[in-house]
Design a binder for this molecule. Structure first.
Ligand code: SF4
Length: 332
């Protein structure tokens, strides 16, 4: 299947007063056309840094230490600032965690939406002002209908504070899909919402993603959300992807001890089922542990894990990075 995005061996570092934080350490994954890929892991695993690196919105104290981000055949890391702006907001758009932060409180929704639509040369090049405004209005109305918002005309005239959190997130989703981008990065899009609204918003994103055959990277710490919505999953730990594969395959039999720990920590319908936490905390990425970065928390740790970092290998239908599956111990 066609690849929309291909991240290869990407490393990102941050310069801090404590030293260099090695936030991403050679991650590789791809996103196929029309799929929803879940990026999961604890806080500090590198999920959001990955999205910032793809969008080229990393903070100033960061450095791309290596790798490439191929999007529709172009390496985004090599584009000039002007060229990346042509991609960002048009071919790649984003939905963020907190809709309150991303909508400007002093402008009406219609004005903010219009600014986004003007990124599309097919709209901005319409010379006749009346015709251009009519096209913009038509697009906005259609986009609000897509996200099932009642009375789009009222929303267009509203200020952000006049809308609930769920409505604001629908506005952001409408904006993200409005220019029919190839890729949407949704970074914890429902974390700031009530549980009942979360399910509605995710269902909506899934519907639109299928309708427009858009590729989506869904970043979340919630494995339940990924199980319900995603096609494939990449589990991140300490700036590495430790398990990557089809959602059904990985959930049916997680192989990496960290993935297994995350699964054991999932709440279950069975009231007698035990929820177990993963002991310890994510390592300090200024001075990460030698060998496998998970070894201090791993139930299956072996001597080799403390000295030698495991390499990714294909095993039982997915990519996993763990010495347990190295020949002759695991075998395929
Ligand atoms: Fe555990 Fe070793 Fe596998 Fe790391 S490489 S996850 S320490 S078994």
């Amino acid at each position: 299947m066609e690849k929309v995005l291909e991240v290869k061996d990407l490393s990102v570092q941050f310069k801090t007063y404590r030293g260099i934080v090695k936030a991403l350490n050679g991650i590789s994954f791809d996103v196929l056309k029309g799929e929803m890929l879940g990026l999961a892991g604890e806080t500090g695993s590198g999920k959001s840094v990955t999205s910032q690196a793809i969008m080229r919105t990393l903070p100033e104290n960061s450095k791309i230490a290596g790798g490439s981000v191929l999007f529709e055949g172009k390496d985004l890391l090599k584009l000039t600032e002007k060229d990346i702006e042509m991609v960002r907001g048009r071919s790649i758009t984003a939905v963020f965690q907190d809709p309150h932060t991303y909508l400007n409180p002093v402008f009406r929704i219609g004005q903010q939406f219009k600014d986004i639509l003007l990124n599309d040369p097919a709209i901005s090049s319409i010379k006749d002002k009346k015709k251009r405004e009519a096209t913009i209005n038509e697009k906005m109305t259609q986009s609000f209908r897509d996200v099932k918002m009642p009375s789009p005309e009222r929303i267009i005239r509203s200020y952000p504070h006049e809308l609930s959190g769920g409505m604001k997130q629908r506005v952001l989703i409408a904006m993200a899909f409005s220019l029919k981008p190839s890729l949407i990065i949704a970074d914890e899009p429902t974390t700031a919402l009530d549980v009942t609204i979360q399910a509605q918003v995710l269902r909506l994103m899934r519907e639109l993603q299928k309708k427009y055959h858009t590729s989506v990277v869904l970043i979340t710490h919630d494995l339940g959300v990924i199980a319900e919505n995603c096609d494939r999953i990449a589990i991140m730990y300490a700036g590495r992807i430790v398990e990557f594969g089809d959602v059904k395959t990985v959930y049916a039999k997680p192989l990496h001890p960290y993935t297994q720990g995350l699964m054991r920590a999932l709440p279950r319908a069975d009231k007698d089922a035990q929820i177990e936490s993963i002991g310890g905390t994510v390592p300090d990425l200024v001075n990460p542990p030698k060998g496998c970065t998970f070894h201090e928390r791993c139930r299956n740790v072996m001597d080799v894990c403390k000295t030698s970092p495991p390499s990714p290998l294909f095993h039982e239908g997915r990519i996993v990075e763990c010495h347990l599956y190295n020949e002759p111990l695991g075998g395929s």
